[in-house]
Design a protein around this ligand. Sequence first.
Ligand SMILES: [Zn+2]
Length: 420
Amino acid sequence: MDRQGLEPGFDLLLLDCRLPDGRAADIGCLGGRIAALGPLQERPAAQRLSCGGCAVTPGLVDCHIHLDKALLSERTPSREGTLAEAIRITGEAKRNFTIEDIRRRARAVLDLAVRSGTTAMRSHVEVDPIVGLNGLEALLPLRREYAPALDLQLCAFAQEGILQAPGTEALLAEALRRGADLIGGCPYNDTDPFGQIDIVFRLAREFGVDADFHVDFFDEPEHLHLRYIAEQTVRHGWQGRVALGHCTELGALAPPDLEPIAAELKAAGVGVITLPATDLYLMGRKDSHRVRRGLAPIKRLLAAGVTVAAATNNVCNAFTPVGNANLALMGFLLTLGAHMGTAAEQADVLRMLTDQPARLLRLPDYGLAVGCQADLVVWEARSVAEIAATLAPPRTVVKRGRIAVEHTRSVREPWREGRG
Ligand SMILES: [Zn+2]
C-alpha cells in the first residue's frame, strides 16, 4: 500500500491461473518476484496475460545435463549400446571438440530447454587432459547470455577419472578458479574410487563449492560408493551440498538392505538424481530375459525422506540416443518406468522436476508463493497432472517476472471440411 492507500501495480499480472494445489488465482509479479497471489484483476499492471484457467507451475529445474557432449549421435554411432562403449567413443569424439563446436551444440540444447519451460539448470562440463578447459571456456559465456531465460550452474566434471588421468586434478582446480560453480566426480571410472572421492571433497572445501557425483551406475550393488560419499559429506560438514546421479545399483537392493542406506543419505542431506532416459537405455544390458528397468528405487527413497530429483542427462549421444531437453518427458518416462501413476505419485513426479531439484541446486527463493522469484510456466493444461501425463506443451515461460518465451500454436484440419 502506498501513502494514498492505493495498492501498487505489477510489472506482469497473470490472470486466471490454476495453481498446482488446484486453487484458482491470479499471480502478480513485481521486481522479478511474486508479489501477490489471489483475486487481483482489479489491480493495475504494466502487462496483463490471460491464462484462461491453465495450469501454472514454478519453472522446471533440470539439475543434471551434459551440454558439452549433447547432439553427437551422428559422430558417435554406437554398436554395442553399453556404458563402456559410450565412454570410449565419446572420449574419442572429444579429441576433436572445439570451443565453437561445443558452444553451438550447447546453445541448441539450451534453446530447447528454455522453450520447454526449464528456468534453471546444472550442466556438467568435462575437464580432463583430452579436452582441457575448452568445455568450460565454451560454456562460461553462455551463463550470462542465457541469464534472462535460465540460471545455469556449471559443474567441472571428471568423466575420465582423476587418478587414472594425470593432470585432471590441477585442471579441475583451474576450472574452479575460472568460475565453475561446483565440482563433479565419477568414482566408478577410476583406479581408486575412494581416492577420487577424497580429492573431490578436498577441492570442494578448498573452493567452498558443492559436489555432484556420477555414482553406482551398474545393475548389481557391487560398488555402493555412495555410502563412502555420505560418510565424507558428514565428515566435512557438507550436508545439503552433495548430489548423486544415477544410483541405479540401489534398485537391486531388497527393502531391508536399502533401508539403512536410505537413512544414511537422508541423515547426510545427500540428494539422488534419477536419469530415466539414460538409465532405462543403458541398464539391464546383460539380462537375457526379465530385463531390468535399471532405475534407482525412487519411491522407496522418497518414502525414506531422501531428496530425489529427475533430470535429462544426455541428449542424442552414445549414452542416450534420444532426447530433446524437455524435462516433462522425464516425468512421462518415470510415470511408466517407476510405476508412478496415482494422483499422489504424479504429484511426486512434478516435485522431482521442480521443488526437489531446486533444493539440490540450492536455488534461493524458489517456488510458487509470495516473495519467491517469479520463474513460472503456464501450460496448455487444465491441471498440473497433465504435464507429465500428456506431455502438455508450455504456453508461456516467465523468468524473473518477465515473459521469456511465448508459444503460438495453430492447427488446420481440412479433413473436417471434407477435403481430405
Ligand atoms: Zn550425467
